[in-house]
Design a protein around this ligand. Structure first.
Ligand SMILES: O=C(O)C(=O)C[C@]1(C(=O)O)C=C[C@@H](O)C=C1
Length: 364
């Protein structure tokens, strides 16, 4: 796919690139622009999340010749983990040995139903032919702006379908739902159908770009629908200390935030300002094996912020676990993070550090 901009950095650094799930106007694109607003960054859309990982891993770039990053969705507040990303982080085939997470981005996600207005009667905002909202707790938050009887199929990303289940269940009953690689790809496909029978669930920006009509606004099940993205970089070297505005070789643009603070009563060392991600496996048949691992975090006073698991694909019904916690290996004055890494060495079958970064929660 083509780059968003081929513009090289004017101070001579021509290799500042960021890969994200395209096409343009996807939510991933919006998150990437938030994290990398400077025009020196060449934003490169990819067809899949895996391709973002592939490009970051294979970038032949060093700190002296430039930078190459990737932005991938990690989890949504309504629908949960993005398994495509977790699968790549699991790295079962050891394809991404050098990739780490170095920052995060929170994006408010508002989905629109986009397509073509019905041929007749002319589009009207009169709700007389539009089903009314019910007051049940699982009822959709929005209703269509026009009748939808001309819609035969709806394209979207599986995550977006999951985040709009109430609306789809109520107003698109019997309509074929087709999963595609991103919401902006869905908008492209809806726009390509000249009969007007196709619609997309996507962002407003993607609809505007493709010249689609708005059939319904803000159809997400929850008003606080938010997706958290990871910024990936290559390089597993251990740098000394993260300072706001400068994380290792990555220089996060100032976003008016300095993390969630820290240094509060519960955390005199400010560990809340950072997050760290690790993955591990445990001996499957031993009772309490997972509890032993979690106990290490408790023992070191490290607060967990997320836990995920995936099939290990070594044996059926055995799992690879992911734990995220507050703290950083780059700023670890009391060695709690280093200490827990030593513990993991002892109590897990194998484990891997997947990055430490500035905690952006609360500063969105
Ligand atoms: O489809 C897009 O626009 C994406 O960027 C992907 C993605 C995801 O995988 O979670 C990103 C944010 C939304 O939660 C829905 C879809």
């Amino acid at each position: 796919m083509e780059s968003v901009t081929a513009r090289a950095d004017q101070d001579g650094d021509a290799n500042c690139s960021v890969a994200f799930l395209g096409p343009l106007s996807s939510y991933s694109h919006q998150a990437t622009k938030l994290a990398f607003p400077d025009p020196k960054w060449v934003l490169e859309p990819t067809g899949t999340i895996k391709e973002v990982f592939d490009r970051v891993q294979s970038a032949s770039i060093t700190t002296t010749t430039g930078h190459y990053y990737g932005v991938v969705p990690f989890e949504n507040s309504t629908h949960g983990t993005v398994t495509f990303t977790l699968d790549c982080l699991a790295d079962r085939a050891n394809e991404y040995p050098d990739i780490v997470v170095c920052d995060e981005v929170y994006l408010d996600v508002h989905h629109f139903l986009l397509g073509r207005f019905p041929p007749s009667p002319s589009p009207s905002r009169s709700p007389s032919t539009v089903p009314q909202l019910s007051s049940s707790p699982s009822a959709p938050r929005a209703q269509p702006l026009v009748p939808l009887s001309h819609i035969r199929r709806v394209y979207s990303h599986p995550q977006a379908f999951g985040q709009t289940a109430a609306f789809v269940g109520r107003y698109l009953k019997g309509v074929e739902t087709i999963e595609v690689s991103s919401t902006s790809r869905a908008a492209e496909l809806a726009a390509a159908d000249e009969t007007g029978a196709s619609a997309a669930i996507a962002g407003e920006m993607a609809g505007r770009e493709k010249g689609l009509d708005i059939l319904a606004r803000c159809i997400e099940d929850r008003e606080d629908n938010t997706t958290r993205f990871f910024v990936l970089r290559r390089g597993r070297m251990v740098e000394k200390k993260i300072t706001p505005g400068k994380i290792a070789v990555y220089e996060p643009p100032p976003r008016g935030d300095v993390g969630v603070g820290g240094g509060g009563d519960g955390d005199p060392y400010g560990g809340q300002r950072y997050k760290t991600l690790v993955s591990f496996t445990v001996v499957h048949g031993r009772p309490g094996a997972l509890a032993d691992v979690l106990d290490c975090f408790r023992g070191r006073g490290l607060n967990l912020t997320s836990i995920n698991s995936l099939p290990s694909l070594v044996r059926s019904f055995q799992y690879l676990f992911f734990v995220e916690f507050e703290g950083s290996r780059f700023d670890d004055p009391d060695c709690r993070v280093d200490g827990v890494f030593e513990d993991l060495e002892r109590v897990t079958e194998r484990w891997r550090w997947l990055g430490s970064w500035w905690n952006r929660m609360g500063n969105r």
